[in-house]
Structures are given as structure tokens and as C-alpha cells.
Design a protein around this ligand. Structure first.
Ligand SMILES: [Zn+2]
Length: 196
């Protein structure tokens, strides 16, 4: 039986690289892969899965109004072996339900790679639905500067301060993100309050 997989991790935990390696492994076995990426993520151009280590592959952009189940049903012969989604936290919850139905009705495995939480440590709606519906959930890990396991995607402003307010979906600009453990993330905020 095919499964719905959710592989989550903070930024810098090699999610995109793992997505592309998974695609490579299936294609090496002669299988067809439908690679998807939500259109909400425009950092490296819509329609590309890009990894920091230099891997890049074209992907179909998913917009909120798309019904993935209908598209898959109509184009089944093009890609009916496996589906891989990068930046899956930006999926609409209904997309996750559509993918779940593809898994069950077509016996096609679906691998979703994405963040668990945003820079405020709040879960993305797409990720929440994946936690609710996935058959297999595992964490891709990376380290904080202290050596502990990173679990927060800290948003950093131009001065290097940790930001805890703003839009969940804000991407780019002068801000960047840093994987941190919860303890260091809290400590960085306290230090900023003391210095202010
Ligand atoms: Zn730390």
C-alpha cells in the first residue's frame, strides 16, 4: 500500500536536497515523478526546486485554487508512479486532502518535504494537515550554533536581531532565517530586550 509521507525540518536541514534525491532514486528505477512546489514560495523562482548544495529541478507550481486530485486524474498517464512536494508547508490544507486521496485511490506514494513551524514557532496550516493525515512522519535534523538540535526558524533582521512579529508568509527582503534551538532563540530575544 502506498503512503503519504511528511519529512519535516527547519531551514537548512536539506529538505530540498532530499526531495531531489528521492526523485532521482525513483527515476533511476524507471519510474515517473511529479515534482510539485507551492507557488507561495518564490525565492528561487516559481517552478524550481532548488537546494543550497546546488541541485535544481523544474517543478509544477501549485496555486491555492488548484485541485491536485483532478489534475492527477486527468493526467494520470503522465506521472502515475510517485509525487514529491517541496516547501509543503505552503500547501493549502485542501491540497493535503487531495494528495491523501491520490495515495489511497491510485496507490501512489506522496512525499512532502517542508517546515513544521514558522519564525514564531507556530505551525503552518499545510504542515498541520500533514501531521494529521500522513502515514509516515519523520524529522530531518540540523544543528544550532550551540550544538543542540535546531527546531526554530529564527527570522533575522538587517541588524542581526531575532524578529518575532510579522507576516507568516513574508519571504525575502532584508530578512533572513537561521536554524536555532528553542533555548538559544529565547535567549536571543531576552538579550535584545535587555539591550534595548
Ligand atoms: Zn542553541
Amino acid at each position: 500500500m502506498a503512503k503519504l509521507y511528511f519529512r519535516y525540518g527547519v531551514m537548512g536541514s536539506s529538505k530540498s536536497a532530499q526531495a531531489l534525491i528521492t526523485k532521482f532514486n525513483y527515476e533511476e528505477q524507471g519510474m515517473r515523478v511529479w515534482l510539485l512546489k507551492p507557488a507561495a514560495d518564490t525565492r528561487n523562482g516559481v517552478g524550481n526546486v532548488h537546494s543550497r548544495i546546488g541541485l535544481e529541478k523544474p517543478a509544477d507550481a501549485v496555486t491555492d485554487d488548484m485541485d491536485l486530485y483532478e489534475i492527477f486524474r486527468d493526467r494520470e498517464k503522465e506521472f502515475n508512479d510517485v509525487i514529491i512536494v517541496d516547501e509543503a508547508q505552503f500547501l493549502h490544507p485542501s491540497h493535503v486532502e487531495q494528495l491523501r486521496d491520490i495515495v489511497d485511490n491510485y496507490n501512489v506514494p506522496v512525499f512532502c518535504f517542508g517546515l513544521r513551524t514558522d519564525f514564531r514557532t507556530k505551525m503552518f496550516p499545510g504542515s498541520a494537515r500533514l501531521f494529521e493525515l500522513a502515514d509516515s512522519i519523520s524529522e530531518l535534523k540540523t544543528v544550532c550554533t550551540c550544538g543542540g538540535k535546531a527546531m526554530v526558524n529564527a527570522r533575522i533582521d538587517g541588524e542581526g536581531n531575532v524578529i518575532t512579529e510579522g507576516e507568516q508568509l513574508y519571504i525575502g527582503g532584508n530578512e533572513s532565517y537561521r536554524p536555532m534551538c528553542y533555548k538559544c532563540w529565547k535567549k536571543a530575544q531576552q538579550k535584545e530586550v535587555e539591550e534595548a
